[in-house]
Design a protein around this ligand. Structure first.
Ligand code: K7E
Ligand code: CUA
Ligand code: CA
Length: 650
């Protein structure tokens, strides 16, 4: 931190924060939040123009924080993994914490030419192809990553991630940290929130994740085939339940409003989602016209009973059963599938507390967080509460633009305040007392500025029953003057905050490539990875260098190939112009970290094979000539010599 260069402290430009606050209030009045954000760039302080000689706008607070206590020295390992969504890059990323080191980018919905994702036959099959074998989509927008659970904590098996653009869910294996399945949700546009269940609502023995719940943000005419194009009163959204093993949709619920984030209960009985468009508006001013939207709760056991009883309908060509979860169809609590708890205003984010007792739903356009008690929602479903609103046990004023909440292990919540550019720490019990009228109870216990405009914030293990109260990471939407300028697209900041004491301490700024939304922080002990594949997992493996050969069936040619440093199993092979060529490559090396690559010039092919892994590519040999197929991944002193010739006869 304290290099001679960045010791020059210039006065902090608070213009941006002040400006955002003013426009935010205007935004609440309908003048527009987005206009405020565009405008704020014009008010950027001198540091934003980026003279590297003036390295910081934050006065060095030496003495306040011992930053060295959070360093990970050369040769040392991080204590936590952080799995992070990659936003509109379509990928998932793995960081180490507290260092902020980027370990790996896992391609999911995007093409990655280093690993060959979207290029090999195997990855194309997972991503989904058109009839001609081309990729159906090569864009994605990942917002939320959540791992599978056993007994209320992470079991290290899977990670689930959404694609908001094309309504897809993907699964990443946590042993290989690669995507193994992708499913497109039927009749869903804007698949936003995602959360695995933590146990079965009925079967006590199933104390692990078997379902994944998916919120649906954009309401559309159903089916979306050209009917009712401009009649928003006919649009609706679907809440989808996915089988965690097969990743197939099990059922869907028709709802009022637009769902954002999803949370699940620790007892498996409920899932919930915040909804910001109970107005069902198609234009943005319509979506802000009422004071309260809602947090919708789903009674999982009742929904599954209704599906079993056939109280379902189907939409378009989809075979997934749909039940009616609209307000009007669920007026009687004792049979209701859903409960709409009124919450102010255009809420964003809902998070379950680690003790399983509460859900915190942020107000976004209201400066409040709404705390809903789990046991009271169950009571409402039993017909013992009059109004859904009676489930609300606190609604503290916490600041402007509250979005997402993380929890520690001491009964405190940490909520990101987008407009205030702060993290606010508030105490759940104090908030409940204050809501009951106790004037002495002060819910807000601490605030800290972040740089700037946080979206998600999350605590170490805070989405499990084992919240450890050590770290909070703030994934901010703007970094402006915090890093060396790199052109118009700035990196984002992920700021690490120590929450172990009474006062929050900002301990590190990490730069992140746009745009992480959500992440989770897991102790390294919970992750067990594999470094070498099992060759038998690949049905098409070429298990011995002696099996390398060329097989021709008409115009279809298959090249069976192995790699073993520093050679491929064939020095050359010959095909004819117009052949459909499939190359199957098995890496016979068993040594950890001995990955080979395979690229063919002018054929747009580039991928890697990890130790004992098999991958394949299929292409048309449409260009006669000599092509040196070479190893792209540095593997050996003779890595550069590791190449074979493909001869394409005219
Ligand atoms: Cu708030 Cu998509 Cu989680 Cu982004 S959503 S920040
Ligand atoms: Cu094999 Cu480089
Ligand atoms: Ca609204």
């Amino acid at each position: 931190m304290n290099t001679p260069n960045n010791k020059i402290a210039i006065p902090r430009d608070l213009g941006r924060r002040n400006f955002l606050n003013k426009t935010a209030i205007a935004g609440l009045a309908g003048a527009g939040l987005s206009a405020g954000l565009v405008g704020c760039n014009k008010t950027a302080g001198p540091a934003a123009t980026g003279s590297p000689a003036v390295a910081t706008s934050e006065p060095a607070k030496s003495g306040a924080v011992d930053y060295s206590a959070y360093e990970v020295h050369p040769g040392q390992l991080d204590t936590y993994y952080s799995f992070s969504s990659g936003g509109h890059s379509g990928e998932v990323r793995i960081y180490g914490l507290p260092s902020g080191r980027l370990f790996k980018r896992i391609p999911v919905f995007n093409i990655d030419c280093l690993v060959g994702w979207g290029i090999t036959n195997e990855s194309k099959k997972i991503m989904g192809t058109n009839a001609d074998g081309s990729l159906k989509y090569f864009t994605g927008d990942t917002h939320h990553v959540h791992p599978s659970y056993t007994d209320g904590t992470y079991n290290g098996k899977h990670l689930f991630v959404n694609d908001k653009i094309h309504g897809r869910i993907a699964r990443v294996r946590l042993d290989t940290m690669e995507c193994d399945k992708i499913t497109e949700l039927p009749n869903v546009q804007g698949f936003h929130g995602i959360f695995p269940d933590k146990r079965d609502p009925v079967d006590e023995k199933i104390n692990y994740t078997t379902r994944v719940f998916c919120g649906n943000e954009f309401h559309i005419p159903q089916p979306n085939d050209g009917r009712d194009l401009n009649d928003p009163s006919k649009y609706f959204c679907l809440f989808t339940c996915i089988d965690a093993e097969t990743l197939e949709p099990r059922w869907q619920v028709k709802v009022d409003g637009n769902m954002d984030l999803v949370a699940t209960s620790y007892d498996g009985k409920l899932a919930c989602s915040n909804q910001y468009n109970m107005e069902n508006g198609a234009h943005y001013e319509d979506m802000m016209s009422i004071e309260r939207d809602s947090c919708i709760f789903f009674n999982i056991a009742r929904i599954e009973a209704a599906v079993k009883a056939g109280k379902t309908f189907f939409i378009g060509k989809s075979k997934v059963p749909v039940v009616d979860g609209t307000k009007s169809a669920n007026a009687d609590p004792k049979t209701a599938l859903t409960c709409y708890v009124p919450t102010p205003k255009n809420p964003h984010g809902v998070n379950a507390s680690p003790d399983g007792k509460y859900y915190a739903c942020s107000g976004k356009l209201s400066p409040t967080a709404t705390l809903i008690e789990h046991a009271l929602v169950l009571k409402w479903f039993d017909g013992e509460l009059k109004e859904p609103r009676d489930t609300v046990v606190a609604e503290p004023e916490i600041g402007l633009g509250p979005l997402h909440t993380g929890f520690d292990n001491k009964g405190n919540a940490y909520t990101t305040l987008f407009l205030d550019s702060q993290i606010v720490k508030w105490n759940l019990e104090a908030a409940i007392k204050s809501f009951k009228g106790d004037k002495a109870a002060k819910p807000v216990v601490d605030r800290i500025d972040v740089q700037y405009q946080p979206g998600h914030g999350f605590t170490s293990m805070g989405e499990t029953k084992n919240a450890d109260g050590k770290f909070f990471l703030s994934d901010n939407k703007f970094s402006k003057d915090r890093f060396l300028p790199v052109g118009p697209l700035h990196p984002e900041t992920a700021q690490l905050i120590d929450i172990s004491g009474d006062k929050m301490k900002l301990v590190a700024d990490h730069s992140v490539y746009s745009e992480p939304h959500d992440s989770i922080i897991i102790p390294r002990e919970l992750i067990r990875t594999r470094q070498v594949y099992d060759i038998n997992e690949f049905p098409n493996a070429v298990k011995d260098a002696k099996e390398c050969r060329v097989e021709r069936k008409g115009k279809k040619v298959t090249i069976y190939l192995t790699s073993q440093a520093p050679t491929f199993g064939l020095r050359e092979w010959t095909v004819k112009k117009g052949d459909e060529v499939t190359i199957i490559l098995t890496n016979l090396d068993k040594v950890e970290d001995l990955t080979h690559g395979f690229a063919i010039p002018n054929y747009n092919i580039n991928f890697i094979v990890n130790p004992q892994e098999t991958k394949s590519v299929t292409f048309k040999a449409d260009k006669p000539g000599v092509y040196w197929c070479y190893c792209t991944n540095f593997c050996h002193a003779l890595h550069l010599e590791m190449r074979s010739r493909m001869l394409v006869e005219a």
